[in-house]
Every structure is written in structure tokens, then in C-alpha cells.
Design a protein around this ligand. Structure first.
Ligand code: FE2
Length: 308
């Protein structure tokens, strides 16, 4: 099979607070309200994706951390209770998710062909990380499409930021090749916040929005600068600036997910859609989508006549 295509890429941050505030049946704690500007942003994203035909969500999360290579979920179903280790009071979520194992294996094989260290996670008792669950829930609360989940290879911490950038760029290309070969229409999710210095204490009512604001002004300046670059299609410049941004604002881009996704998208030079920005315990979060039908260029993997 061939002719698969990446139809969209999304920066889809995963604060568990957003799921908590939404009160889905899968999550045990109950909230009164909270973080509406971001939750409305996710609603706009869902509306946009409803108009873009797709078969599968392919996600990389910073909270599945692996030091030897990239791992992928390798069984058809994973189900369990996910408890956020830092916020067990907000996130105790019962999940039952379906994996597109065929595509997962194809990405595994494409990465391995390029010399990357790749491994399938086939332990049925493996607990899926809360970042994957949260971003997938917020993007598609119906859970009616299978996912492919990739771990975050912590090459920035084990080696350096330059090694991480290079490896994630390569993994993005392998991901695109595998999707092309699969014949499927995929939406990619980079599950991460932007600036990531956060508060270290919690108010009596977690959803009391009078306590919510950016941790400091320099983080706000960084987030606005990055968002403007993404909105203008300056993704290559952003990736070049990313090490400095990550260092100065403790950004969650250190996980490599955004570099991986932008590489898979061929480093878009067309504008992205900003669906929302807001802070969660002082961190900066943007929901940003690239609809690849906005791309006027011919890139590998794009269908001819019926490309979106
Ligand atoms: Fe996180």
C-alpha cells in the first residue's frame, strides 16, 4: 500500500488540569470549572479536525521517557488506571485505548532502517503515560480512532540538545516515510507545553483561576515570540532557536516531540492556526495546528490529485 499522508500536525499540550476541569466520566476527581481559554481552544481544534478526514493519531509524549532509543506501543489494546504522579488529586483516569499496531511497526521499521534504535512495547501490563492519555483525550474525547504512541528518547539529557535535534529530525522523516507507505491519513500530535517553569504549591481550590498566571514575564515574552514564529510559518527558524528557548524557559520542547513533528511535516513555511494559549500552574500552553493542505509545496508523502 502507498499514498498515505500526514493531514495535520498539532501542538497539543497535556496539563492534566484540562481533563480535570472538563469532568469526563473516565476521570474520578470532579472540578467546578477552570482553564477555560485552553479548553475552548481544544474545542476549536476538535472542530477543525472534524473537517479533516483521518484514520489515526500519532503522538509523542515527554512523559514516556526512554534512554535507549525510541519505543512504540506494540499491542492492540492497553487499559488501566492512570494516576498523575504529581497531581493524583486531579487526574485518576481510567483508559482503554486502541493502538494501530500495523502503523506502529512500520514506523519502528522505518526508524530502524535509518539506523535509529527502535523497540516495540509489548508488555500488556505497561502503564501508558498521562501525557499521551491527556493529549489524546483533549484532541479526541470520543477515542474513536486508534493511536500510535512514541516515547521521548531523552537524548538531550544523555547526550546534548544537538544530538536530540538531529535524532528527532531523522525520526520525523522516518515517520513520514512509514505513513506514506501505510496508505493511511494521519494526524500527528506533539504533546508538550511551551515555557515550563511552574508553581510549587497549590491553592485550596485547584481551579481557582484568581491564582492562575504565567510564572514570570520572561516566560511570557518567550512564549509570544515562539507563537508568532509558528503563526508566520517560521518553523526552521524556531527549531534553530529552540535550544536557547528550552534552556531559558525550561520549555517542554526538551522532549524532542515538537522537533519530531515539525520534521515529519517537512518544516512548514505556511501559517499555523493558533487555537488557544493559556497558563496552567504558571506554564505556557499553546494549541497550534498545521493543516497540511495549506502547504503549496510538493513534499514526499503528499497525494497528487486529492491531497488535502
Ligand atoms: Fe508535562
Amino acid at each position: 500500500m502507498s499514498g498515505g499522508v500526514i493531514v495535520a500536525g498539532v501542538l497539543a499540550p497535556h496539563p492534566p488540569h484540562l481533563v480535570y476541569a472538563e469532568n469526563p466520566p473516565q476521570n474520578e476527581p470532579q472540578a467546578e470549572c477552570g482553564w477555560e481559554t485552553l479548553r475552548w481552544g481544544y474545542e476549536r481544534l476538535r472542530d477543525q479536525l472534524a473537517g479533516i478526514e483521518h484514520d489515526v493519531l500519532v503522538i509523542m509524549s515527554p512523559h514516556w521517557q526512554t534512554y535507549i532509543g525510541t519505543h512504540l506501543l506494540g499491542l492492540e489494546r492497553f487499559n488501566s488506571l492512570s494516576v498523575d504522579p504529581v497531581f493524583p488529586n486531579l487526574f485518576r483516569y481510567t483508559y482503554d485505548l486502541e493502538v494501530d499496531v500495523e502503523l506502529s511497526r512500520m514506523i519502528h521499521d522505518a526508524g530502524a532502517d535509518d539506523g535509529l534504535s527502535m523497540r516495540m512495547m509489548e508488555n500488556a501490563d505497561f502503564r501508558v503515560d498521562y501525557g499521551t492519555i491527556t493529549s489524546c483525550h483533549l484532541t479526541n474525547p470520543a477515542w474513536d480512532k486508534p493511536i500510535v504512541a512514541l516515547s521521548s528518547n531523552r537524548s538531550r539529557h544523555y547526550y546534548s540538545v544537538d544530538v536530540m535535534q538531529e535524532m528527532m529530525g531523522q525520526l520525523g522523516e522516518a515517520t513520514r516515510r512509514a505513513i506514506t507507505k501505510s496508505g493511511k491519513r494521519a494526524v500527528l500530535l506533539s504533546s508538550n507545553s511551551l515555557s515550563h517553569r511552574h508553581f510549587v504549591s497549590e491553592g485550596e481550590i485547584p481551579e481557582d483561576m484568581s491564582n492562575e498566571h504565567i510564572t514570570n514575564h520572561s516566560q511570557h515574552l518567550w512564549d509570544m515570540r515562539i507563537i508568532e514564529m509558528l503563526r508566520k510559518g517560521q518553523t526552521r527558524q524556531f527549531v534553530d532557536l529552540m535550544p536557547e528557548f528550552t534552556e531559558q524557559s525550561m520549555a517542554e520542547t526538551d522532549a524532542g516531540a515538537l522537533t519530531w513533528m515539525l520534521s515529519a511535516l517537512g518544516f512548514p513555511d505556511y501559517p499555523a492556526t493558533l487555537h488557544g494559549y493559556g497558563t496552567v500552574i504558571g506554564t505556557g500552553n499553546a494549541i497550534v495546528a498545521w493543516d497540511t493542505s495549506d502547504d503549496g509545496r510538493e513534499i514526499e508523502g503528499r497525494r497528487g490529485g486529492d491531497a488535502r
